[in-house]
Each structure stands twice: as C-alpha cells, then as structure tokens.
Ligand binder design. Structure first.
Ligand code: SAH
Ligand code: DHB
Ligand code: MG
Length: 199
C-alpha cells in the first residue's frame, strides 16, 4: 500500500514531497509511544504519512487528515482504501485554517498526536491551533523545520523558510511545551522535524 501510494503520486503528477520511509516508521514509533488513539494530520498529500501513523492506531482509533487540494484528497482516499484504513482515517478537504476551528467547535479534540506538514508560511498559526486541540501529554510534530539550514538566515527571500523560522522561534518561546528538533540527512534533503510534548 505504501509503494502503491508513492506510485499514485507519480502517475497523478503530484509533487514527491511525502516523508521518507524511515521518517514514516519514526512517526509510527512516536504514535505507539504516546499510546495514540486520536491523531490529527495537517497536510495529507497522497496519504503516505497518514498510512504510517494510522497503522499505529487501535481498531477503534481515529486519524483526521486535512488537505487543501481536491486532487490530493481524492488520490489519498483511494490509497487509504487500498491500505484497508478507511474505517480509521477521515480526510477533510479544505484549507486547514478553516477546518481547524470547526474541529474545535465540533469537540473533536483533544488529539493524542498532531503532525503538521502543510504549507509553510502559516506553520506558527497551525501550531497555535494544535495547542488548542491538545491536552497535557499531546505530542506535536512538525516536518521541514530545517530546510537545509536555510532557517538560520533571518529574512530569507523564500516564504517557506521564513514561515518555519517564525515557527521555530515561537516553539522555543512557548512555555506550554517541551520541545526539540531532530535533523535528518537521508533519502531526501537535509531537513528536520520538531517534536513537542504539551506540559
Ligand atoms: N504529510 C504528507 C506530505 C504533505 S505535503 C506526507 O508526508 O505523506 C503538503 C500538503 O499540504 C499538500 O498536499 C498540500 O496540498 C497541502 N496543503 C497546503 N496548504 C494547505 C492548507 N492551508 N491546508 C491544508 N492542506 C494544505
Ligand atoms: C516541501 C514541503 C514538504 O512538506 C516537504 O516535506 C518537502 C518540501 C515544499 O513545499 O517544498
Ligand atoms: Mg513535509
């Protein structure tokens, strides 16, 4: 199912920006570590990271994943179905900053684990919503917070870089979490994930 997901990205002309396999397994380890029953993902793409995390859930677990692009959402739904995870995974189509307040209103929170991996400029806002949808002990993970070290440059001309720069500063200043960043050099470029536990 994971290999078919990667192939579906290729055949649908979607960018190959999923996390890599070792990162997927790492997210699965983290989900098991926090005994997750409810996971929120911001940024589905084709459901590759979704499948890795959903496989860590019990049969009555739930993973809600938010995706802006209708094509990505429909390809992801097919991949989730192929993986036999359609009873656990719910993909919601729309802009995350529109969907997150609805999740709060509907009483979908708290989540045990939240994975932030959508567009980079609003990463700080995604994090603030993640905090609202958390409880003490919730694990918040954010992808792509190193970007080959470009985050060290203040006022970079790439807004994907300034977005995660702003997120990293906010993370460090947020007393409600204990957080660190792990850098990775692997199948893809030099990048990293932030890992925060809510106090
Ligand atoms: N988590 C995926 C990769 C996500 S790529 C994996 O590792 O397998 C980022 C995705 O976020 C893209 O599909 C993009 O369309 C989506 N996205 C971008 N901006 C968004 C927004 N504001 N709200 C929801 N999804 C968004
Ligand atoms: C990009 C986004 C991602 O989530 C990722 O893992 C790699 C690259 C990007 O928008 O460039
Ligand atoms: Mg990413």
């Amino acid at each position: 199912a994971l290999k078919a997901t990667i192939e579906s990205i290729e055949s649908n002309g979607i960018p190959q920006i999923s996390i890599c396999a070792s990162q997927g397994k790492f997210l699965q380890v983290l989900a098991k570590l926090c005994n997750a029953k409810r996971i929120l993902e911001i940024g589905t793409l084709a459901g590759y990271s979704t499948i890795w995390m959903a496989r860590a859930l019990p049969k009555d677990g739930k993973l809600i994943s938010l995706e802006y692009e209708p094509l990505h959402a429909s390809v992801a739904k097919e991949n989730i179905r192929r993986a036999g995870l359609e009873n656990i995974v719910e993909i919601q189509t729309g802009a995350a900053l529109d969907l997150l307040p609805k999740l709060a209103e509907e009483g979908s929170a708290p989540f045990d684990m939240i994975f932030i991996d959508a567009d980079k400029p609003p990463y700080a806002e995604f994090f603030q919503w993640a905090l609202k949808l958390s409880r003490p002990g919730t694990l918040i993970v954010a992808d792509n917070v190193i970007r080959e070290g470009k985050v060290l440059t203040e006022n970079h001309d790439d807004e994907r870089v300034t977005g995660v720069h702003r997120f990293n500063k906010l993370l460090a200043a947020t007393k409600e979490v204990t957080a660190s960043i792990i850098q990775t050099i692997g199948a893809k470029e030099h990048d990293g994930m932030a890992i925060a536990v809510v106090n």
